[in-house]
Design a protein around this ligand. Structure first.
Ligand code: SF4
Ligand code: SF4
Ligand code: FES
Length: 346
């Protein structure tokens, strides 16, 4: 069948993008998006630029956006990515969150730099073989290896970073690929830098910058599920009594505490407890003043005397207690995540 393929073109970093449409004869059930790009490049327009190497979901080099979603061109069958079967069209664009060099080729420098920020290697010290152990291998049991299997599958294709909402708005956020790798080394029983790592990742540019939009899990072509790896790092941070409490942690704990007490969040207390650390952080409290003034002017200030406890507070309290008692403190972050979702939903 004939497919209409609209491709975003850009001659150089400096030039403005344009769109060019090609008509390609293809079998949507057997041809991949990469086959379509080859048909265009080989038969119609040799100037079209894109990356590819293995053509077999191994090298990670052919990531791009197809009909608005990032993924590997060599993995996606055309029939899977049609807007609908009645509209056999493809819109092919470069990955997001990275500058375009030419057409579908992006500059991955930032992606690699961000990866380097998590120190993505099992620590050098732990790799020193003592004289006594000389000649031995670093053996892992199957169970130890399984812990890091999902994260170790990453082929560094960039799809998750392309579609990451946090990376789109926070230039310093390291991205899902880097945090999946961070978990991979943290979960490795041979690594001896656990304390350094967990301290470093406990930061808004690392795990707490993630907005939990789920895009990375959705687009990852090899099941790394970066959001799940980020959640695993957060769990370890929240369970570590030796880490100084960050604002992000306080945010989570406070949310659970307030919802447990009143059934939903009393916003007049929230900022004071989280940013002001319950009057212990005066600088933090002062930083709330401009926001407070704007809220008063717009009539949005949540005054304590206007707050009413939820009628279902007893039920909510017992639900939270049941979760906390069943699994202990480690489930608190999950509870707070659910509350976050419920309260966001209304
Ligand atoms: S879930 Fe977090 S890391 Fe993943 S894409 Fe969304 S914001 Fe980025
Ligand atoms: S986590 Fe998945 S989507 Fe992200 S770089 Fe690795 S393989 Fe690609
Ligand atoms: S060409 Fe290697 S993953 Fe697509």
């Amino acid at each position: 069948m004939e497919i209409s393929v609209k491709v975003r073109r850009q001659a150089s970093r400096e030039s403005l993008p344009t769109y060019q449409t090609y008509t390609v004869e293809a079998d949507p059930n057997t041809n991949t998006v990469l086959d379509i790009l080859h048909k265009i490049q080989w038969d119609q327009d040799g100037s079209l630029g894109f990356r590819r190497n293995c053509r077999n979901v191994i090298c990670g080099s052919c990531s791009m956006r197809v009909n608005g979603k990032a993924g590997l061109a060599c993995q996606k069958l055309v029939s899977e990515v049609f807007a609908s079967i009645d509209r056999p069209t493809l819109l092919i664009e470069p990955m997001g969150n990275l500058p375009v060099i030419k057409d579908l080729i992006v500059d991955m420098t930032k992606f690699w730099q961000n990866l380097a920020k998590v120190d993505p290697y099992v620590s050098t010290a732990s790799r020193q073989i003592s004289e006594q152990a000389s000649g031995q291998e670093f053996l892992q049991t199957p169970a130890e290896r399984n812990k890091l299997q999902a994260a170790a599958n990453c082929i560094l294709c960039g799809s998750c970073y392309s579609d990451c909402n946090a990376a789109a708005v926070n230039d310093k956020f390291v991205g899902p690929h880097a945090l999946a790798k961070a978990y991979r080394v943290m979960a490795d029983n041979r690594d001896d830098r656990h304390v350094d790592r967990i301290t470093k990742y406990n930061d808004p540019d690392f795990v707490w910058g993630c907005t939990r939009c789920y895009n990375c899990n959705e687009v990852c072509p090899v099941g790394v599920q970066p959001l799940d790896r980020i959640s695993q790092i957060k769990q370890e941070i929240l369970q570590d009594p030796d880490l100084p409490e960050s604002i992000a942690q306080r945010h989570r704990h406070t949310m659970v505490e307030l919802v447990k007490a009143d059934g939903w969040i009393d916003e007049s207390k929230f900022g004071i407890k989280v940013v002001g650390n319950s009057f212990k952080d005066l600088k933090g409290l002062a930083s709330l003043i401009p926001l407070g003034l704007r809220m008063i002017l717009k009539g949005k200030m949540p005054y304590p005397w206007e707050f009413k406890r939820s009628k279902g507070v007893k039920e909510i309290e017992s639900l939270i207690e049941a979760v906390q008692n069943r699994e202990g403190k480690e489930l608190e972050s999950e509870a707070s995540s659910s509350i976050e979702e419920v309260t966001r939903g209304g």
